[in-house]
Design a protein around this ligand. Sequence first.
Ligand SMILES: [Zn+2]
Length: 68
Amino acid sequence: MKQLIIKCPACTKKHDYYQSKPWSPFCSERCQLIDLGAWASEEHRIKGESVSLSDTSSDKSPDDQLLQ
Ligand SMILES: [Zn+2]
């Protein structure tokens, strides 16, 4: 069985890369979300670049319904 022990970038805990595949290189979904949250915060802000995390503009805006 393959094994590759890596360190989680979020909590620095050592874990098996293949076992945590959906979230790799993180050890768990929790740590992945923590890192994504860190990205959104000022800590990891990329200079001169705007990052949109999620595009949920498919929904109708409430303003459209008010006009009808
Ligand atoms: Zn972790």
